[in-house]
Design a protein around this ligand. Sequence first.
Ligand SMILES: *Cc1c(COP(=O)(O)O)cnc(C)c1O
Length: 407
Amino acid sequence: MKPLVYADNAATTPISKNVYNAMQPWLTTGYGNPSSWMYDTGKQAGRAMDEARALVAKGIGCDPSEIIFTGGGSQADNLAIKGFMAGASAKGRKHIITSKIEHHAVLYTCEYLESQGYRVTYLDVDAQGHVDLDQLRREISEDTALVTIMAANNEIGTIQPLAEIAKIAHEAGAVFHTDAVQAVGHMALDVRALEIDMLSLTAHKLRGPKGIGALYVKKGIKLVPLVHGGGQERGIMCGTENVAGMVGLGEAVRDATERREEIMAYVRGLRDRLVEGVMKIPYTHFTGDPVNRLPGTASFVFEAIEGEGLIMRLNEYGICGSTGSACSTGSLDPSHVLMAIGLPHEIAHGSLRLTLGEQNTAEEVDYIIEKLTEVVATLRSMSPVWENGAPNLTAASELTAHTHHHH
Ligand SMILES: *Cc1c(COP(=O)(O)O)cnc(C)c1O
């Protein structure tokens, strides 16, 4: 039987035992509707929901009344951007600033709003994936309502300078939203200290269940409802509440934020061990900021390798990772993130993202290094662009300018 070595924790994570235990009663005996507050079982569900909201708020340093539960990270991003731009808080301003490396939940929402008459600026990033703050200062104006920049990138792990971005946004009278789906529980994130106005998070990237997330909205900011209905979540995201999911999210945030330093020290150790081993493979480059990055994220490009073939071969050994190169979708372009950091096409096609979590072990990391080294050698031996132990379509000089080399 092949093992399961799950190294794709940026895609989703396994539910932890304590999250499962916390949710279990609300999936079985505790089925009351929180809106049925006149009898005990409904009242208890409402109380569980309040406790969950308080835990989420505590994890990011806000008040429980500032948390709106959503059906995940994509919904939180949509609510923040559409709900804010349509509302009175935007004060007739029609301009949004975002970056070229956002998750599609942000990028496609912004593109949709462009089709509705809003103006959007997509900031460039440097070779390590940091947004261009000078460009932000140049582009922001009295017409800018919203700046939405992710806290940490899901493909290359680079962390953005959130406090600086917030300061620039506020000086121009704009509101700052951050997609912190990858960041919560992985880095220090206090919305008051960083002066963040809106923040998206989701449970399933934090060892919680899928389909539940939250948007923090600073007191005083008005959003137009995204889902009208029975008045739940202050009438902004209506529908009978996912009580078990909310309890799971609360527990996931509590655990991930309370034990963050301990978990992340362990995960960072595994990540460094992995990077050291993988960088011994010739013609391999490391992507993203080597220091200011998510602790569990290791991202690479291998010359003369095709990402999809690599993932399929690794799967034969039970190893789960992901690639930003997706020919199967019919698109010949590698991911928008790898393009934005300036990787040449032919090299970006060989991308691999391995993301580790608390449940991974050093033995697994060594197994990944061993199998990955073999698989890369095998694929290269069959590749038309590999000759005598080297790529024959060398773009190495160009690449050097764009990626960081580990020694
Ligand atoms: C996963 C992810 C999302 C989407 O969250 P869902 O809960 O899957 O909708 C949004 N942004 C980032 C950065 C992500 O990694």
